[in-house]
Write a protein of this length. Structure first.
Length: 339
Protein backbone atom coordinates (compact mmCIF):
# COMPACT_ATOMS: atom_id res chain seq x y z
CA UNK A 1 0.00 0.00 0.00
CA UNK A 2 1.37 3.42 -0.96
CA UNK A 3 1.40 6.00 1.82
CA UNK A 4 -0.28 9.29 1.08
CA UNK A 5 2.22 12.07 0.51
CA UNK A 6 1.72 15.81 0.11
CA UNK A 7 0.81 16.77 -3.45
CA UNK A 8 3.52 18.78 -5.23
CA UNK A 9 2.92 22.45 -5.92
CA UNK A 10 2.51 21.68 -9.64
CA UNK A 11 0.90 18.24 -10.01
CA UNK A 12 1.88 16.22 -13.07
CA UNK A 13 -1.66 15.92 -14.38
CA UNK A 14 -2.84 17.76 -17.48
CA UNK A 15 -6.30 17.73 -19.04
CA UNK A 16 -7.30 18.91 -22.49
CA UNK A 17 -10.88 19.18 -23.71
CA UNK A 18 -12.21 19.46 -27.26
CA UNK A 19 -15.33 21.61 -27.37
CA UNK A 20 -17.65 22.51 -30.21
CA UNK A 21 -18.02 26.22 -30.88
CA UNK A 22 -19.76 27.74 -33.89
CA UNK A 23 -19.36 24.57 -35.89
CA UNK A 24 -15.64 24.27 -35.09
CA UNK A 25 -13.56 22.41 -32.55
CA UNK A 26 -11.77 24.37 -29.82
CA UNK A 27 -8.89 22.93 -27.78
CA UNK A 28 -9.16 24.01 -24.14
CA UNK A 29 -6.35 23.25 -21.69
CA UNK A 30 -7.21 23.68 -18.04
CA UNK A 31 -3.58 24.28 -17.09
CA UNK A 32 -2.62 26.84 -19.72
CA UNK A 33 -2.97 30.57 -18.99
CA UNK A 34 -3.75 31.46 -22.60
CA UNK A 35 -7.18 30.98 -24.08
CA UNK A 36 -8.53 28.14 -26.22
CA UNK A 37 -7.39 27.67 -29.80
CA UNK A 38 -9.24 26.38 -32.82
CA UNK A 39 -8.34 23.06 -34.42
CA UNK A 40 -9.77 21.14 -37.33
CA UNK A 41 -11.51 17.84 -36.71
CA UNK A 42 -8.86 15.97 -38.70
CA UNK A 43 -5.99 17.46 -36.71
CA UNK A 44 -7.67 17.42 -33.28
CA UNK A 45 -6.15 14.14 -32.03
CA UNK A 46 -2.62 15.11 -33.07
CA UNK A 47 -3.02 18.57 -31.55
CA UNK A 48 -4.15 17.09 -28.23
CA UNK A 49 -1.26 14.60 -28.04
CA UNK A 50 1.29 17.24 -28.99
CA UNK A 51 -0.07 19.67 -26.39
CA UNK A 52 -0.01 17.09 -23.59
CA UNK A 53 3.49 15.97 -24.57
CA UNK A 54 4.67 19.58 -24.37
CA UNK A 55 3.42 19.80 -20.79
CA UNK A 56 5.14 16.52 -19.83
CA UNK A 57 8.48 17.53 -21.34
CA UNK A 58 8.33 20.90 -19.54
CA UNK A 59 7.90 19.21 -16.15
CA UNK A 60 10.38 16.32 -16.07
CA UNK A 61 11.08 14.99 -12.59
CA UNK A 62 13.12 12.16 -11.11
CA UNK A 63 11.04 9.12 -10.08
CA UNK A 64 11.29 9.76 -6.33
CA UNK A 65 9.54 13.14 -6.73
CA UNK A 66 6.56 11.75 -8.62
CA UNK A 67 3.35 10.54 -6.97
CA UNK A 68 0.12 8.94 -8.12
CA UNK A 69 -2.11 11.84 -9.14
CA UNK A 70 -5.08 9.49 -9.28
CA UNK A 71 -4.57 8.63 -5.60
CA UNK A 72 -4.33 12.34 -4.77
CA UNK A 73 -7.81 12.75 -6.22
CA UNK A 74 -9.27 9.86 -4.20
CA UNK A 75 -8.97 7.52 -7.21
CA UNK A 76 -11.90 9.15 -8.99
CA UNK A 77 -10.67 8.14 -12.46
CA UNK A 78 -11.44 4.43 -12.19
CA UNK A 79 -13.57 1.86 -10.30
CA UNK A 80 -12.48 0.84 -6.82
CA UNK A 81 -9.54 -1.54 -6.47
CA UNK A 82 -7.30 -2.78 -3.68
CA UNK A 83 -5.19 0.35 -3.44
CA UNK A 84 -2.21 2.08 -4.99
CA UNK A 85 0.81 -0.10 -5.72
CA UNK A 86 3.68 -0.39 -8.14
CA UNK A 87 5.95 2.10 -9.91
CA UNK A 88 4.65 5.48 -11.02
CA UNK A 89 3.95 5.60 -14.75
CA UNK A 90 2.74 8.31 -17.13
CA UNK A 91 -0.83 7.42 -18.12
CA UNK A 92 -2.73 8.72 -21.16
CA UNK A 93 -6.51 8.46 -20.84
CA UNK A 94 -9.47 9.65 -22.83
CA UNK A 95 -13.07 10.18 -21.77
CA UNK A 96 -16.42 11.18 -23.31
CA UNK A 97 -15.66 9.54 -26.64
CA UNK A 98 -12.38 11.38 -27.12
CA UNK A 99 -13.63 14.81 -26.10
CA UNK A 100 -11.50 14.85 -22.94
CA UNK A 101 -7.87 13.68 -22.78
CA UNK A 102 -5.70 13.42 -19.69
CA UNK A 103 -1.98 12.79 -19.17
CA UNK A 104 -1.03 12.16 -15.56
CA UNK A 105 1.28 10.27 -13.25
CA UNK A 106 -0.40 7.15 -11.90
CA UNK A 107 0.75 4.08 -10.02
CA UNK A 108 0.70 0.73 -11.79
CA UNK A 109 -2.45 -0.41 -9.97
CA UNK A 110 -4.44 2.72 -10.83
CA UNK A 111 -3.20 2.59 -14.43
CA UNK A 112 -4.44 -0.99 -14.80
CA UNK A 113 -7.85 -0.06 -13.36
CA UNK A 114 -8.43 2.97 -15.59
CA UNK A 115 -10.60 2.40 -18.66
CA UNK A 116 -9.73 3.85 -22.08
CA UNK A 117 -6.16 4.46 -20.93
CA UNK A 118 -2.63 3.32 -21.70
CA UNK A 119 0.79 3.82 -20.20
CA UNK A 120 3.02 6.05 -22.31
CA UNK A 121 5.77 3.52 -23.07
CA UNK A 122 9.20 3.91 -21.52
CA UNK A 123 8.81 7.59 -20.71
CA UNK A 124 12.01 9.59 -20.21
CA UNK A 125 11.63 10.67 -16.60
CA UNK A 126 15.13 11.84 -15.76
CA UNK A 127 15.67 15.47 -16.76
CA UNK A 128 19.12 14.81 -18.17
CA UNK A 129 20.62 17.18 -20.74
CA UNK A 130 20.53 16.10 -24.36
CA UNK A 131 24.25 16.72 -24.65
CA UNK A 132 25.15 13.99 -22.17
CA UNK A 133 28.20 11.91 -22.92
CA UNK A 134 27.90 8.73 -24.94
CA UNK A 135 28.83 6.74 -21.83
CA UNK A 136 25.93 8.26 -19.91
CA UNK A 137 23.57 7.45 -22.76
CA UNK A 138 24.72 3.84 -22.72
CA UNK A 139 24.07 3.61 -18.98
CA UNK A 140 20.46 4.69 -19.54
CA UNK A 141 19.77 1.90 -22.01
CA UNK A 142 17.20 -0.65 -21.03
CA UNK A 143 18.30 -4.29 -20.74
CA UNK A 144 17.93 -6.52 -23.78
CA UNK A 145 16.12 -9.83 -24.00
CA UNK A 146 12.79 -9.98 -22.19
CA UNK A 147 12.58 -6.18 -22.36
CA UNK A 148 11.49 -6.48 -25.99
CA UNK A 149 8.32 -8.27 -24.93
CA UNK A 150 7.55 -5.55 -22.38
CA UNK A 151 8.16 -2.73 -24.84
CA UNK A 152 5.86 -4.30 -27.43
CA UNK A 153 3.15 -4.89 -24.81
CA UNK A 154 3.27 -1.27 -23.61
CA UNK A 155 3.39 0.15 -27.12
CA UNK A 156 0.36 -1.88 -28.24
CA UNK A 157 -1.52 -0.57 -25.20
CA UNK A 158 -0.50 3.01 -25.96
CA UNK A 159 -1.50 2.75 -29.62
CA UNK A 160 -4.87 1.40 -28.53
CA UNK A 161 -5.55 4.83 -27.02
CA UNK A 162 -3.57 7.08 -29.37
CA UNK A 163 -5.01 5.72 -32.64
CA UNK A 164 -8.64 6.16 -33.72
CA UNK A 165 -10.92 3.33 -32.62
CA UNK A 166 -11.60 2.19 -36.18
CA UNK A 167 -7.94 1.82 -37.18
CA UNK A 168 -7.40 -1.41 -39.12
CA UNK A 169 -5.18 -4.25 -37.91
CA UNK A 170 -2.76 -3.68 -40.79
CA UNK A 171 -2.39 0.00 -39.88
CA UNK A 172 -1.82 -0.91 -36.23
CA UNK A 173 0.97 -3.30 -37.19
CA UNK A 174 2.55 -0.54 -39.27
CA UNK A 175 2.17 1.98 -36.43
CA UNK A 176 3.82 -0.46 -34.01
CA UNK A 177 6.85 -0.85 -36.28
CA UNK A 178 7.11 2.91 -36.87
CA UNK A 179 6.83 3.81 -33.18
CA UNK A 180 9.57 1.35 -32.18
CA UNK A 181 11.92 2.16 -35.07
CA UNK A 182 11.68 5.97 -35.03
CA UNK A 183 14.80 8.07 -34.50
CA UNK A 184 15.27 11.16 -32.34
CA UNK A 185 13.71 13.32 -35.09
CA UNK A 186 10.52 11.19 -35.10
CA UNK A 187 11.44 9.77 -38.51
CA UNK A 188 11.60 6.16 -39.61
CA UNK A 189 12.84 4.51 -42.79
CA UNK A 190 10.90 1.39 -43.76
CA UNK A 191 12.88 -0.76 -46.22
CA UNK A 192 11.09 -2.70 -48.91
CA UNK A 193 11.84 -6.00 -47.17
CA UNK A 194 10.02 -4.89 -44.04
CA UNK A 195 7.07 -3.68 -46.07
CA UNK A 196 6.90 -7.06 -47.77
CA UNK A 197 6.89 -8.76 -44.37
CA UNK A 198 3.94 -6.59 -43.39
CA UNK A 199 2.39 -7.18 -46.85
CA UNK A 200 2.47 -3.44 -47.58
CA UNK A 201 4.90 -3.36 -50.47
CA UNK A 202 2.16 -3.14 -53.09
CA UNK A 203 -0.52 -1.46 -51.01
CA UNK A 204 0.09 1.90 -49.29
CA UNK A 205 -3.45 1.93 -47.86
CA UNK A 206 -2.28 1.40 -44.28
CA UNK A 207 0.00 4.41 -44.03
CA UNK A 208 -2.56 6.44 -45.98
CA UNK A 209 -5.00 5.49 -43.22
CA UNK A 210 -2.55 6.72 -40.58
CA UNK A 211 -1.98 9.88 -42.61
CA UNK A 212 -5.70 10.62 -42.56
CA UNK A 213 -5.62 10.16 -38.79
CA UNK A 214 -2.79 12.75 -38.67
CA UNK A 215 -0.56 10.23 -36.89
CA UNK A 216 2.18 10.24 -39.53
CA UNK A 217 3.10 11.70 -42.90
CA UNK A 218 5.12 10.22 -45.75
CA UNK A 219 8.14 12.36 -46.58
CA UNK A 220 9.56 10.27 -49.44
CA UNK A 221 8.75 7.04 -51.23
CA UNK A 222 10.97 4.96 -53.48
CA UNK A 223 11.20 1.41 -54.75
CA UNK A 224 13.57 0.34 -51.97
CA UNK A 225 12.17 2.23 -48.94
CA UNK A 226 9.58 4.63 -47.58
CA UNK A 227 10.56 7.44 -45.19
CA UNK A 228 7.89 8.45 -42.69
CA UNK A 229 7.66 11.21 -40.08
CA UNK A 230 5.56 10.53 -36.98
CA UNK A 231 3.29 13.34 -35.81
CA UNK A 232 2.62 11.85 -32.36
CA UNK A 233 4.86 14.04 -30.22
CA UNK A 234 4.32 11.88 -27.14
CA UNK A 235 6.53 9.18 -28.66
CA UNK A 236 9.54 11.49 -28.48
CA UNK A 237 9.64 10.78 -24.73
CA UNK A 238 10.68 7.15 -25.25
CA UNK A 239 13.78 6.43 -23.19
CA UNK A 240 15.28 3.16 -24.50
CA UNK A 241 18.12 3.50 -26.98
CA UNK A 242 17.04 2.99 -30.56
CA UNK A 243 18.92 -0.33 -31.02
CA UNK A 244 16.89 -1.80 -28.14
CA UNK A 245 13.64 -0.51 -29.63
CA UNK A 246 14.66 -1.91 -33.01
CA UNK A 247 15.17 -5.28 -31.35
CA UNK A 248 11.64 -5.04 -29.92
CA UNK A 249 10.31 -4.19 -33.39
CA UNK A 250 12.02 -7.28 -34.85
CA UNK A 251 10.62 -9.41 -32.03
CA UNK A 252 7.10 -8.10 -32.76
CA UNK A 253 7.55 -8.87 -36.43
CA UNK A 254 8.50 -12.48 -35.70
CA UNK A 255 5.77 -12.90 -33.09
CA UNK A 256 3.13 -11.62 -35.49
CA UNK A 257 4.33 -13.63 -38.47
CA UNK A 258 4.48 -17.32 -37.52
CA UNK A 259 4.05 -19.58 -40.54
CA UNK A 260 0.62 -20.71 -39.32
CA UNK A 261 -0.91 -17.22 -39.60
CA UNK A 262 1.49 -15.59 -42.03
CA UNK A 263 -0.97 -15.69 -44.93
CA UNK A 264 -4.18 -15.45 -42.91
CA UNK A 265 -4.30 -11.65 -42.86
CA UNK A 266 -3.35 -8.76 -40.63
CA UNK A 267 -5.82 -9.38 -37.81
CA UNK A 268 -4.45 -12.85 -36.87
CA UNK A 269 -0.93 -11.41 -37.09
CA UNK A 270 -1.83 -8.55 -34.75
CA UNK A 271 -3.56 -10.94 -32.33
CA UNK A 272 -0.55 -13.27 -32.42
CA UNK A 273 1.82 -10.42 -31.53
CA UNK A 274 -0.52 -9.18 -28.79
CA UNK A 275 -0.88 -12.60 -27.16
CA UNK A 276 2.87 -13.19 -27.41
CA UNK A 277 3.57 -9.89 -25.65
CA UNK A 278 1.19 -10.85 -22.83
CA UNK A 279 2.41 -14.45 -22.39
CA UNK A 280 4.90 -15.79 -19.86
CA UNK A 281 7.70 -17.31 -21.97
CA UNK A 282 8.62 -19.98 -19.42
CA UNK A 283 5.12 -21.42 -19.02
CA UNK A 284 3.22 -20.28 -22.11
CA UNK A 285 0.44 -18.97 -19.87
CA UNK A 286 -1.23 -15.67 -20.69
CA UNK A 287 -3.71 -13.36 -19.00
CA UNK A 288 -5.28 -10.04 -19.94
CA UNK A 289 -8.66 -8.36 -19.80
CA UNK A 290 -10.93 -9.60 -22.59
CA UNK A 291 -12.20 -6.09 -23.34
CA UNK A 292 -8.65 -4.70 -23.15
CA UNK A 293 -7.50 -6.98 -25.97
CA UNK A 294 -10.50 -5.98 -28.09
CA UNK A 295 -9.77 -2.31 -27.45
CA UNK A 296 -5.99 -2.45 -28.00
CA UNK A 297 -6.32 -4.44 -31.23
CA UNK A 298 -9.46 -2.72 -32.54
CA UNK A 299 -11.35 -6.04 -32.71
CA UNK A 300 -15.14 -6.14 -32.92
CA UNK A 301 -16.93 -8.08 -30.16
CA UNK A 302 -18.19 -10.61 -32.71
CA UNK A 303 -14.70 -11.26 -34.11
CA UNK A 304 -12.56 -12.14 -31.11
CA UNK A 305 -14.00 -15.58 -30.29
CA UNK A 306 -13.58 -16.79 -33.86
CA UNK A 307 -10.11 -15.27 -34.03
CA UNK A 308 -8.96 -17.11 -30.90
CA UNK A 309 -10.42 -20.36 -32.25
CA UNK A 310 -8.46 -19.76 -35.46
CA UNK A 311 -5.24 -19.50 -33.46
CA UNK A 312 -6.10 -22.72 -31.63
CA UNK A 313 -6.60 -24.40 -35.00
CA UNK A 314 -3.16 -23.19 -36.05
CA UNK A 315 -1.61 -24.74 -32.88
CA UNK A 316 -0.58 -21.29 -31.64
CA UNK A 317 -2.89 -21.67 -28.66
CA UNK A 318 -3.69 -24.85 -26.77
CA UNK A 319 -6.78 -23.41 -25.13
CA UNK A 320 -8.46 -20.19 -24.08
CA UNK A 321 -11.39 -19.16 -21.91
CA UNK A 322 -12.95 -16.03 -20.47
CA UNK A 323 -13.63 -15.92 -16.74
CA UNK A 324 -17.32 -14.95 -16.34
CA UNK A 325 -16.72 -13.20 -13.01
CA UNK A 326 -13.69 -11.04 -13.78
CA UNK A 327 -13.92 -10.80 -17.57
CA UNK A 328 -10.27 -11.88 -17.86
CA UNK A 329 -9.05 -13.80 -20.88
CA UNK A 330 -6.81 -16.79 -20.04
CA UNK A 331 -4.86 -18.84 -22.57
CA UNK A 332 -1.97 -21.22 -22.97
CA UNK A 333 0.26 -21.34 -26.02
CA UNK A 334 0.47 -24.40 -28.21
CA UNK A 335 3.54 -26.21 -29.56
CA UNK A 336 3.79 -23.77 -32.46
CA UNK A 337 3.20 -20.72 -30.30
CA UNK A 338 6.23 -20.64 -28.03
CA UNK A 339 7.12 -17.19 -29.41
Amino acid sequence: MRLRTPCPATPRAWTVELRSHSGELVLVCRQCPHGPRRVTAAAARSAVLAHLAQHARADLRPPHLRICQCHERSCCWHPRHRGCAGPIRLLLARERGGRVWRLADACTACAAATAQAAVVPDTALAALPRLASSAARRRRRQPRGSGARTRVREMLGYLGVALPAGTSACARLLALQCALRMNAQAQVRLPAGLLRSLRLADSPASWRELERARWLCTTSSAANAVVIELLDATLLSQAPARPDRMQAADWALRAGRPAQVGTAGSLPQLASAYLAAHSVPETGYGLCEFDRMRHDCGILPTELHGLLDQLVGADLLTSWHVCPDSGDLHWTTGPQGAW
